[in-house]
Ligand binder design. Sequence first.
Ligand SMILES: [Mg+2]
Length: 345
Amino acid sequence: MIRIYHVGKVLHPRHVFRISRASRPQVDNVFLVLEQDGVLGYGEASPNSFFKEDFFDVNMRLAGLHDYFRRQTLSGPGDIGRIWNEIWERVAPSRATQCAVDVALWDLHSKLAGESATESATGAAAHAVPTSATLGICPREEWPERIGEVAGFPAVKVKLDAQVDMDLLQAIRARTPAAIRVDANGAWGGLDIADISARLEALGVEFIEQPLPPGEDARMEAILRVSRLPIFADESCAGPDDVARLPGRFSGFNIKLVKCGGITPALAMLREGKRLGLKVMVGCMLESSLLIAAGAVVAQGADYADLDGSWLLRDDPFRGLKMVQGRIEPNFAPGLGVNPEPPRD
Ligand SMILES: [Mg+2]
């Protein structure tokens, strides 16, 4: 029998989930702990207002699964996919809720099997995953400090609004040889993207993410034809059903576990993207190292990773994920390989 052991904003009252190096002072993620045979599996969701989700909504939907889980037993990975499908009618339209359940089930299943979640989910031992670090939009006087924070990473993902500040890119290039990727967050609808892409290419930028809002995907065919750089979908690609309509409009896409509903659909998206010849990136929201460790499982087979969510936290409630010079080190511990930090006195 699976039991919901805990669901809530914190793993312990003395854990405060705080953000540093980011504009928001605090983020309210939801943690789920499932138990079977005395073993605990940890799950997490980072509810996103873009998908009209918040802490209260996800927390309520998870708490509504107590009776469902009491009738379940986890005896193999097939049960994870079955449960993922079965709970949808109870938790729709919240993919974040589904994500917390799916991640907790993979952690629990692989701990019960005595192997790492990567071995359970992919059949192979984990390898290191290099990740980009995100540089948000900030005042010019903060550039030296903010660029200094990300300069040691193998790649920097720069958020650029409709101003497309080329000075910022030049300042980054002067400071680090890191790969530079640009995320427009849908802000470039009124701009000449052919021209911008040529100027970004001259600065050595690797690719552009989500230049237009997702409602304008029909314009992407013409834009992709004239762009000098590959273009990745983020908000235009939430779950497995979105991947098939990307070829011709985007060069690749950004998988986030909380957008699609966890490791299970993310692996399906990865397979489908590869089959269609698309590039695949695994990204994240502001998340503890639990959800980053889950993202790293999927990133084993991806082309790029943008898994800096827990690096941005001042108070990560989990321990065990090692990041060395912007590389998430392989973790061979059972499950996702992270455990709650003991509460402080
Ligand atoms: Mg993005």
